[in-house]
Design a protein around this ligand. Sequence first.
Ligand SMILES: [Zn+2]
Length: 78
Amino acid sequence: MSATPCQLDTLIKSETTHIQICRDCDEVHLHMGPISLRLSRDHYQRLASDISQGLYRLEIPKLSTEMIHGTRPGTFHS
Ligand SMILES: [Zn+2]
């Protein structure tokens, strides 16, 4: 562990999260309210991928409903 504090650059800051990278130790600092995580860059990338896939699966039923009931490019024969 380095004795010097991390030099953090903000990657994104929103209402829900603040994500920073330390260019020195190459760790990602993820802050969500009272929770803070320090992840390796690789772990962070895999977590981000998992979150994206989870979100996709969560939203599929909603997207399917919108495709059925929303605007659609073609019409069926009537
Ligand atoms: Zn650091």
